[in-house]
Design a protein around this ligand. Structure first.
Ligand code: C2O
Ligand code: CU
Ligand code: CU
Length: 578
């Protein structure tokens, strides 16, 4: 009897072990902080699937995803982005308010082997933002590889609140994606994956202290929305929308997070030491025509996670830390939304199917304003400091997460209804639901979303900002447009001649200086090419006073392409590095 019991308990231990072995410890991205950030984008590989081959991935300073960048509101941050991929890429600072030439959209291409050095003054509110590639028609593939990272902005208002902020302990980043693996464990570039990947971890679990926890959640998926909740249906508290704190925590039991969106939530685990709970995606509750709410049995959209509930993270609740946060605050910030009455312009946008639209290839693409995206077409000229209402009418049956660069906005209404408290703050992605009541042969009633934004600070007649569906597949297929912010007082008829700037010393050693004869002028862009014509350095609006650091470059002849600020005319000068 005793032996039998022993055997039984041994079996039980084995069984328990194999059950817990199904879970992998959640990976927490490294952090970088300060004002100068080195980001090296590389092709690499990582053991993601427990057994068998490693997965070919893309990573920034590591082998999947990238570091979480901590920045302070008010600081000027400098990015040194080096592209070690064999392909061109871009790096877009999603949600950041910055000059268009620093934005990292499809126009700020970083060729292989070159370094791009944007910088800007952080003016965003404390919240969770992110960075990711944005090369037109390649975004889906490069995000699928795993290239991206989080940006956490701190400010005085957030810092004064009693909120969890021990990164990786009680303040936990969660990057939600899903992936499809080939039989040899390689990522497939498809809109929907078969496996949930939380911070690049399959079947993730994490030990969390029994206190109030903060999760910073990014929907970094190619297409899928996640209807976030907990296995015990507990209440949790939304404290931010994309671009800042809400007025007060909003108690919910589910939150539907669409591609590109972020929320920060508080979860009360006081006194729950020794228990476990699952964060889950309750996607069985989603309607058709919300990404992830369909169950396609076959075809390009078939996947194992369609219209089912699945785990995002297993939380093993352990002993509390010293000085834990144990209470949910009653108030957070005071969000001063933009009054609708202050709008000077209303723009009307449409989302529709491309079928039957002249000149649009492929019957199944979704399009904005009845046309496919073109890099050469500027859709809107937005006057600097304009306050605008953008009204988006979606006549497709499918819902699309609409994203705009440059600004954070306030949602005015979705189908006539004002947003609930969890969406009543600053946003840079808004979900535009599909048309309702449609069916075979009928179009249904289009959905209408309105938001309001102020386009302040950064005018640039050359470099546009983008707006698009944040489903990367749709974006790559052309569901995108662009606008420039214009400042009429900026136009100047001067033209740059070769003799109006000097490059010295020549030959140069560690630094080379560019000086304009007219001290009123400055450089809009400086580009350095080697004799093979390859770009080695990309410097948007460089501060030329300190000279250009060339200490990392090999000896030889280089071409400096300088675009001036006044006329946006480019002059080429050659010099030698010795
Ligand atoms: Cu996160 Cu234009 O994108
Ligand atoms: Cu963006
Ligand atoms: Cu879309």
């Amino acid at each position: 009897m005793k032996q039998k019991l022993l055997l039984l308990s041994a079996l039980l231990v084995l069984l328990l072990n194999s059950v817990t072995a199904q879970y992998n410890t959640l990976w927490i991205p490294d952090t970088l902080s300060g004002t100068s950030f080195n980001l090296n984008i590389k092709d690499t590989f990582r053991q993601i699937v427990a057994a068998g081959q490693q997965t070919i991935t893309g990573g920034i300073n590591g082998n999947f995803w990238g570091p979480t960048l901590f920045v302070n509101k008010g600081d000027t941050v400098h990015m040194n982005v080096k592209n070690y991929l064999n392909d061109s890429t871009t790096l877009h600072w999603h949600g950041m308010h910055l000059p268009a030439v620093m934005d990292g959209g499809p126009h700020q291409v970083i060729p292989p082997g070159s370094t791009w050095k944007p910088y800007w003054m952080v003016s965003n509110n404390a919240a969770t933002y992110w960075y990711h590639p944005h090369l037109h028609e390649t975004t889906e593939a490069q995000i699928t590889k795993g290239i991206g990272g989080l940006i956490i902005v701190r400010d005085a208002i957030e810092s004064a609140l009693a909120l969890p902020r021990k990164y990786g302990v009680d303040d936990i980043p969660l990057i939600l994606t899903d992936r499809d693996f080939s039989t040899s464990n390689q990522f497939q570039v498809v809109p929907y994956g078969d496996s949930m990947l939380t911070n690049g971890t399959l079947r993730a679990q994490y030990n969390v202290p029994a206190q109030v926890l903060r999760f910073r959640i990014l929907n970094g998926a190619i297409e899928r929305s996640y209807n976030i909740g907990f296995s015990d249906n507990r209440t949790f508290y939304v404290i931010t929308s994309d671009g800042g704190l809400l007025n007060a925590p909003v108690a919910v039991t589910k939150y539907l997070l669409h591609a590109g969106e972020r929320i920060e939530i508080l979860v009360n685990c006081n006194g729950q030491n020794g228990t476990t709970v699952f964060m889950k995606a309750f996607n069985s509750l989603l309607g058709n025509f919300i990404a992830g709410g369909e169950n396609f049995p076959n075809g390009p959209f078939a996947n194992a996670l369609g219209k089912i509930d699945f785990n995002i993270l297993k939380l093993n609740i352990v002993a509390p830390t010293t000085n834990p946060i144990t209470a949910i605050p009653t108030s957070l910030a005071s969000v001063a939304t933009i009054p609708t009455s202050s709008a000077q312009t209303t723009r009307y946008l449409t989302m529709s199917d491309s079928a039957g639209v002249p000149g649009v290839l492929g019957p199944n693409a979704f399009i904005l304003n009845h046309k496919l995206f073109s890099l050469n077409v500027i859709d809107y000229q937005v006057p600097l400091n304009n306050t605008e209402i953008w009204q988006i009418t979606n006549s497709t049956a499918f819902g699309h997460p609409f994203h705009i660069h440059d600004v954070e906005f306030n949602i005015i209404s979705v189908n006539g209804v004002a947003p609930d408290a969890s969406q009543a703050g600053w946003k840079d992605v808004v979900f535009v639901p599909g048309a309702t009541g449609g069916g075979p042969g009928t179009q249904g009633t289009p959905s209408v979303v309105k938001f309001i934004a102020k386009f302040d600070d950064y005018a640039d007649a050359i470099h546009p900002f983008m707006f698009h569906c944040h489903i990367s597949l749709h974006e790559d297929e052309g569901m995108m447009g662009q606008f420039v912010v214009t400042n009429p007082t900026n136009i100047n008829a001067l033209s740059l001649h070769e003799d109006e700037l000097e490059v010295y010393p020549n030959p140069a050693k560690d630094k080379v200086f560019v000086q304009f004869k007219d001290p009123a002028n400055t450089a809009y862009y400086v580009r350095l090419l080697n004799t093979l014509g390859r770009t080695v350095l990309l410097l948007p609006q460089p501060q030329l006073g300190e000279g250009i650091d060339i200490s990392n470059l090999s000896k030889g002849v280089y071409y400096l392409l300088v675009t001036d600020q006044l006329k946006k005319k480019t002059v080429t000068k050659s010099f030698v590095i010795e």
